[in-house]
Design a protein around this ligand. Sequence first.
Ligand SMILES: Cc1cc2nc3c(=O)[nH]c(=O)nc-3n(C[C@H](O)[C@H](O)[C@H](O)COP(=O)(O)O)c2cc1C
Length: 336
Amino acid sequence: MAAVTDLPFRTVAEELGVGFTITEFLSAHALAVGDPKTTGKMTASLDGRRFGVQIFGREEAAMAEAAKMAVSIGASLVDINMGCPAKRVVAGECGSALMREPQIAQQLVRVVVNAVPASIPVTVKHRAGWNQDNRNAPEFACAMVEAGAQMITVHGRTRTQGFSGKSDPEIIKLVRDAVPSHIPVIGNGDVVDVDGYLRMREMTGCDAVMIGRGALGNPWLFSRLREVCAGRPDPGAPTLEERLSVFRRHVDLIERLKSGPRTLHEVRKACAWYARGLYGCNALRLRVWETPDLAAARALVEDYFAQLIERKDRLGLSPDGERGTKDSDFADEAAA
Ligand SMILES: Cc1cc2nc3c(=O)[nH]c(=O)nc-3n(C[C@H](O)[C@H](O)[C@H](O)COP(=O)(O)O)c2cc1C
């Protein structure tokens, strides 16, 4: 996810058990011309963990060059974005606009496949279609596979839906049914919890699930899913202490891996994510947004969690056996 799945975010998700992470989408053109801002976002996962790089574009030479660059930093998969609905991307006839031009999309897949070693799978992520009258995901996915794509990810919304309405599991099922069975189909859209994951698998028959927004400030979703998929009980939502500890790890990673004026912005985002849904989180977010520096932002969050932990003990919330913190845990106080 653009402006989200940077290296610190991916590292936290990996440490909590996600199967595989992919960079945010990166303009092939910008990579090919060596734009430092974009090349700086093409980062390998830490500690040798496998990762993918996602690129977008429609210039064949740039797509080939960008794919080679991804391989050169150790990517074990190159994903082509054909699902982005953003105006500036669609105006350049990239992202989801390619769903209206399957032949050009196929040619881009062929070019990228030819640019990378045979051991590196080239994969495609797309949407249900352009709009309600053109939900061509099953045919489109088959065309991409015919051109050499080795995995398909489908977000069950159309381009015109943007992020409104609901992701449709039925279209993901149609893609799964249409595409040859040896090609993995990844279901995507609106999975924010364990039940949603299980529903996606069951309703669509997809081989794996891609989770986006549901992971913001909630990387425990991955550790919970890892347990459930291994046939063990769901450990439940994190405690406040666990939230604080992963927040600290995330911010440490931001401080270690990022530099420049955006660092404070990234830390502010992390503060908001990890407090989301907890009592007083909106007030915290506003205060953090006004802090002048990183240390002050960290201190505010430390203080916030210390107070919550103290209050929680005092009010006897989260009785024995209930591990996690939920939005409703502090509802009494919030209402007061
Ligand atoms: C802020 C934001 C940035 C995104 N950036 C990307 C991106 O770079 N590449 C991509 O394939 N999808 C991107 N998406 C779409 C998500 O990957 C995903 O398809 C969509 O949000 C639906 O899944 P979800 O409900 O699990 O979030 C982005 C979504 C959001 C909200």
